[in-house]
Unconditional design. Structure first.
Ligand code: C2E
Ligand code: CA
Ligand code: CA
Length: 744
């Protein structure tokens, strides 16, 4: 629709222009009619848009609308007579004043559309661009017109007559500069309005030049120019106003930068012609040249400043990017990428890998923001501990590294010690330890293996009880290799039935009778013989096989239990649950299935959980255990007393049985304190209405003390070691294992 209107306007203009040339007799009539129509319609269009729109648009269209209304007034004041008689009378003073006001409105409208660039340098550049163009254009008009005009009239009235075209030249300069700072790709109202003003001023200048030099054939073109500029301005609101960043004056293109110099070239061209003709310059021309030179230099200076600022900010930006690419966002330490590049480039003596112990528990229980806070503090302490001697880095998660450039193994150990000490100091948002693995260049195969070797050493440190460091060496390499092999073999063992379950009877201490046993997994390795669970369960956990093993023990024990209960219907079995299994989300379903398959009541089964293994997510573990308990299964808290939150566990978990750890029982015979402690725990357990089992009873003296203190049940080598199922005595007619000799 708008496109068609635009095309129609061009066609109409073309016809009018042709008419102006072809019919000189009626050209005044045609011109007057066109001008009256264009300006009046324009005023209506603009004011309608002003009423309909808001904010900036309303402001712009009000100003331009008023300008067109003034223009229309000036045109109509002479146009009606001219259209009627074919002769245009001179304008009244009022009409002339209003006509000048129209010009002022048009310029104001044009200026109100764009916004100045931000920053003083950008604004200065815009002003200087305007000055350059204005000085050159006004100078050119002056040089071109003053002499011929002062020959026609007196120099003083020539000055007055010249003020109008010189002003127009200034406005033209401003319009050109404004245009140069706008995107040329979008047809916005900015371009239309400014284009209209450019056309208007150019026409005005051409008209003056035509008059002064008496060039008659220019007159129809001048009339056409006025009609076209009025038409352009009238239709401006049909194009959209520039929005947002588009409004900002910014000469982006080459074209935009060159525009202010086009008038300069014209000025110089005219000046050169005059010099060649041997004419002298008056003081005004010299002034214009001086101002022009100053403006050009000013603009160049600002441009240089702008460029310098731009390249400075580019450099800063590049530096920021480089920093971000090489550093961890949370802690600000170097990241893995930076560490590996430094490893390849810098002199390196050792690499430390620092892994927090129990960080996951912090994240799970205290939340991620606490976890983040902890990591930031740890990073800070790491930085302080390392100082100038190395490069600390965060590899991801709770894993950190330190690259040490100089020194030997002793220095690396000292650094590890310093880091562990610093991390152990109070003030962290949560208590965590760390395990450190050290790999030295001297002991490494090559640099590429440093990270891997430090990782293996760290793993070993973690396995050796956490809070320690370990240096990578050949022995460790062998150990790691063994573990790798063990993991592979374990998968085979599980599939080929090399695992079996041993049972250790739980005994009623007073009577010596046993109606319960604990299921303990065993691995009969085809070459190495029996491997104790403490040696292969951690490996199984790393290989992700622990859950499978526990599930297998559960089903095997359930089958065994069903068989034994045919002889002794009161018999029960306890199975151990690893944390991995407990949090796997399968325990409840597995237990229910095992019970159902062998038609066992829930109370025939007990599950044992160790407190040290539960820390990570106590609430989730409690939920799972409550569901297990709902099946009738009893819950036993294993190794009671060795962890540090025994009482919390007792309070939070649905416990039925407490197994007091072997270490307490061992001390009973000679340590009085141990005895007091044991008694206190026992009283506590009884007060809570729970059952107590003493673990690791090895000597008759211990048995006597346990009986004296009122402990009901026990388990240990004194009664029986864990044995294969066929050796477990079931039913009333079994020999009492070694109990006969057990006299207190
Ligand atoms: P636990 O649950 O505390 O099991 C008791 C451990 O004490 C067993 O070691 C047992 O052989 C040992 N023991 C029993 N009586 C005595 C004694 O009088 N003196 C001494 N010094 N030791 C005694 P075992 O069978 O080597 O198992 C070690 C640990 O491995 C278990 O500790 C348990 O935490 C874990 N475990 C064993 N079987 C399984 C299983 O099927 N699943 C899971 N998740 N863990 C298991
Ligand atoms: Ca146990
Ligand atoms: Ca135990």
């Amino acid at each position: 629709m708008r496109r068609r209107l635009r095309h129609a306007a061009w066609v109409a203009f073309g016809l009018i222009q042709m008419g102006l040339y072809a019919l000189p007799a009626s050209s005044v009539v045609l011109y007057s009619l066109c001008m009256m129509v264009a300006t009046t319609a324009g005023a209506l269009v603009h004011l309608t848009y002003a009423v309909r729109s808001h904010g900036h648009a309303r402001r712009v269209w009000t100003i331009t609308g008023l300008g067109l209304a003034c223009w229309a007034f000036a045109e109509i004041s002479v146009g009606i007579t001219a259209a009627g008689t074919g002769y245009a009378p001179p304008r009244s003073t009022l009409a002339t004043v209003i006509n000048v006001a129209a010009f002022g409105f048009a310029v104001a409208g044009m200026l109100s559309i764009p916004t100045a660039p931000r920053g003083a340098a950008g604004k200065l550049r815009m002003v200087f661009d305007g000055l350059v163009a204005a000085c050159a254009l006004m100078g050119a008009v002056w040089v071109l017109l003053f002499d011929p005009l002062s020959q026609i009239e007196s120099p003083s009235s020539a000055v007055i007559d010249l003020s109008y075209p010189v002003l127009a030249a200034g406005v033209l300069a401003i319009a050109m500069v404004l245009l140069s700072g706008q995107s040329l790709h979008r047809r916005t109202a900015m371009r239309v309005v400014t284009g209209g003003v450019v056309l208007l001023t150019v026409t005005l200048l051409v008209e003056v030049i035509g008059n002064v030099f008496g060039i008659g054939w220019l007159i129809p073109a001048v009339h056409g120019g006025y009609i076209a500029s009025a038409g352009l301005l009238a239709l401006a609101p049909l194009a959209p106003l520039p929005q947002g960043a588009e409004r900002t004056w910014a000469p982006a293109s080459q074209f935009g930068n060159v525009v202010p110099y086009v008038p300069v070239v014209i000025f110089i061209g005219i000046g050169m012609t005059f010099v060649l003709q041997g004419r002298s310059f008056d003081i005004e021309t010299v002034l214009a040249v001086v101002m022009l030179v100053v403006a050009v230099f000013g603009r160049q200076f600002v441009e240089l400043r702008l460029n310098a600022a731009l390249s400075r900010s580019l450099a800063a930006e590049r530096e920021r990017f480089a920093h971000e690419a090489a550093h961890d966002a949370l802690t600000g330490l170097a990241n893995r990428h930076k560490l590996t590049t430094e490893l390849a480039r810098e002199p390196v003596s050792a690499l430390l890998l620092v892994d927090l112990d129990g960080f996951k528990a912090v994240n799970d229980t205290l939340g991620h923001s606490a976890g983040d806070e902890l990591l930031v503090t740890v990073a800070q302490r790491l930085r302080e501990a390392v100082g100038e001697d190395g490069l600390p880095a965060r590899l991801g998660g709770d894993e950190f590294a330190v690259l040490i450039r100089h020194g030997d193994v002793g220095d690396a150990r000292a650094m590890a010690r310093a880091i562990l000490d610093r991390l152990a100091e109070p003030g962290l948002p949560a208590v965590v330890g760390a395990s450190v693995g050290i790999a030295t260049v001297a002991g490494a195969e090559d640099r590429d293996h440093l990270l891997h070797e430090a990782d293996m050493a760290m793993y070993e440190a973690k396995n050796n009880g956490k809070g320690t460091y370990r240096v990578y060496d050949r022995e460790l390499a062998v150990l790691a290799e063994q573990r790798r092999r063990l993991q592979a073999e374990l998968a085979v063992a599980l599939a080929e039935g090399q695992l079996f379950v041993a049972y250790q009877p739980v005994v009623d201490l007073a009577s010596g009778a046993s109606h319960a046993a604990e299921a303990l997994v065993r691995w009969e390795h085809p070459v190495r013989g029996p491997i104790p669970p403490d040696d292969f369960l951690p490996t199984a956990e790393d290989a992700g096989l622990l859950v499978e093993i526990d599930r297998w023990v559960l089903t095997a024990a359930a089958a065994q239990l069903a068989e034994w209960r045919r002889t002794d219907p009161a018999y029960t079995i306890a199975v151990n649950l690893s944390v991995a299994y407990l949090v796997s989300g399968r325990v409840v379903e597995d237990v229910r299935a095992a019970l159902r398959e062998h038609d066992l009541p829930g109370e025939a089964l007990t599950v044992e959980v160790t407190e040290s293994s539960l820390i990570a997510d106590l609430d989730a573990a409690a939920t799972t255990l409550r569901e297990v308990k709902a099946l009738g299964v009893r819950i036993s808290l294993d190794d009671f007393g060795v962890g540090y939150s025994s009482l919390t566990y007792l309070r939070k978990l649905p416990v039925d049985v407490v197994k007091i750890d072997r270490s307490f029982v061992r001390e009973l015979a000679w340590d009085n304190k141990a005895k007091v402690l044991f008694k206190a725990v026992l009283d506590l357990v009884h007060a809570l209405g729970l059952t107590c089992v003493a673990e690791g009873v090895e000597e008759p003296r211990q048995l006597g003390q346990l009986l004296a203190m009122g402990c009901a049940r026990g388990q240990g080598y004194l009664f029986s070691p864990p044995v294969t199922a066929d050796l477990v005595p079931i039913g009333p007619h079994r020999p009492r294992p070694r109990m006969a000799s057990a006299t207190p």
